[in-house]
Design a protein around this ligand. Structure first.
Ligand code: ATP
Length: 237
């Protein structure tokens, strides 16, 4: 599989404080990569670095061309959709209005209409609530909406920041099954940041473990799942 996203020696900093110290990682075309790590390891910052929301150095290549140093808007137009932690829906807008915002870069209006149907197919609960204000949705529904809004962009790469956070296990399970489906059916590649390592390692093909801004273990997700140190520290068995 060729690489869709390749980061080489990626560094990122907030003011004078460096938090990523030269990461090498990638996402295969049509693949799912997960980045695992404890609180403060730099997972969220890694996603923010890929979409140009934090100062970086090093190389970020998407589909063969460099995107490091480009504006977030440029990166979004290249097909990268970010689902931030804390969800980030427009709470005063309805479900449908949120989805429309997700499609703002698109000119193919007829296909946008079809995409509403496709997304409501994945998340029927959102269809029932299409006129409801996003702020009044449950946590799980808001997360579904955040993912759906990102999908309205027709992304090549979706950046998912802790989609399981704060949700009931059953909802999380459902959500991860849908991620798998979106990946297989629509060919959307994913870079998934998760604290729930067991879940992430089942979905992903490739995994990286971060500790204080450095990759300490990487490889096929299946190998990482069987890694003794990962099992003890992150999988709890
Ligand atoms: P968590 O799992 O707790 O969300 P994380 O692995 O996603 O953690 P980051 O949010 O990327 O970690 O944070 C990495 C480091 O950067 C932390 O030490 C954090 O305090 C610091 N940091 C994050 N955002 C900022 C900011 N806006 N300004 C300064 N420092 C920041």
């Amino acid at each position: 599989m060729s690489q869709l996203l390749s980061c080489r020696q990626l560094q990122a900093q907030y003011g004078a404080v460096k938090v990523l110290h030269g990461l090498d990682f990638g996402v295969a075309e049509g693949g799912i990569t997960t980045i695992l790590g404890a609180n403060g390891a730099g997972k969220t910052t890694t996603l923010r670095a890929v979409c140009g929301m934090v100062r970086t150095s090093g190389e970020i290549e998407l589909g063969g061309s460099r995107i490091d140093g480009r504006s977030t808007e440029h990166i979004v137009r290249r097909g990268v959709a970010h689902v931030p932690d804390g969800r980030g829906t427009f709470v005063n807008l309805t479900v449908e209005e949120n989805l429309r915002m997700g499609a703002y870069t698109r000119r193919d209006k007829a296909q946008v209409e079809q995409d509403y149907a496709r997304i409501y197919g994945y998340f029927p609960r959102l269809a029932e609530r299409r006129r409801q204000q996003a702020g009044t949705l449950s946590g799980g529904e808001q997360q579904m909406l955040a993912v759906s809004r990102a999908l309205m962009l027709r992304p090549r790469l979706m950046l998912l920041d802790e989609p399981s956070f704060g949700l009931a296990p059953r909802i999380v399970q459902e959500m991860f099954e849908i991620f798998g489906e979106i990946n297989r059916r629509d060919g959307v590649s994913m870079l998934l940041v998760e604290q729930n390592a067991a879940l992430a390692l089942r979905l992903a093909d490739t995994a990286y473990l971060l500790e204080t801004g450095r990759v300490v273990i990487s490889g096929p997700a299946e190998d990482i799942r069987n890694d003794e140190a990962v099992r003890r520290s992150y999988l709890g068995y």
